[in-house]
Design a protein around this ligand. Structure first.
Ligand SMILES: [Zn+2]
Length: 142
């Protein structure tokens, strides 16, 4: 059951190819008006490995503001094809997404009724900017 809330939250990569696809997918699938975008380079690697506590704390702080101040009811944890900051294959990234979701749930958001999901942004045909793969095929994986 998809519920409507004005704000939703994405923990996304900083890669410029995945911003609009994730925003558009969340607006279409969750009827959100706004997407609070928390970006890092390869955030699912950072969250699942938990080797940089300062960075993880900064992500957590943004999630808390989004949930508590904006009333976000959904946090999407995003991985994508051809990630420069997390250059591992899809299977490994799906495991990272699952682990990252558990980390986010551990921040107490589930108790506030916030759903945590995993998204994967895949390649589109052809190339874009500087010969890089075009991205934009968004799907829910968890
Ligand atoms: Zn990336």
């Amino acid at each position: 059951m998809v519920k409507k809330c004005s704000f939703v939250t994405a923990i996304n990569c900083m890669d410029g190819r995945v911003q609009l696809p994730v925003i558009n997918w969340l607006k279409e699938n969750y009827q959100a008006d706004y997407v609070d975008m928390i970006t890092q380079s390869g955030p699912i690697k950072l969250l699942s490995e938990n080797k940089e506590p300062g960075v993880v704390a900064a992500i957590k702080r943004c999630v808390e503001i989004s949930v508590e101040r904006h009333g976000s009811c959904l946090v999407a944890v995003v991985g994508h094809y051809d990630c420069a900051g997390n250059p591992v294959g899809k299977e490994e990234q799906l495991k990272q997404i699952a682990a990252a979701i558990e980390v986010v749930r551990g921040w107490g958001v589930a108790e506030k009724g916030v759903e945590v999901i995993g998204l994967w942004v895949d390649a589109l045909g052809g190339q874009c900017c500087a010969g890089k793969v075009r991205l934009g095929q968004v799907g829910r994986v968890i």
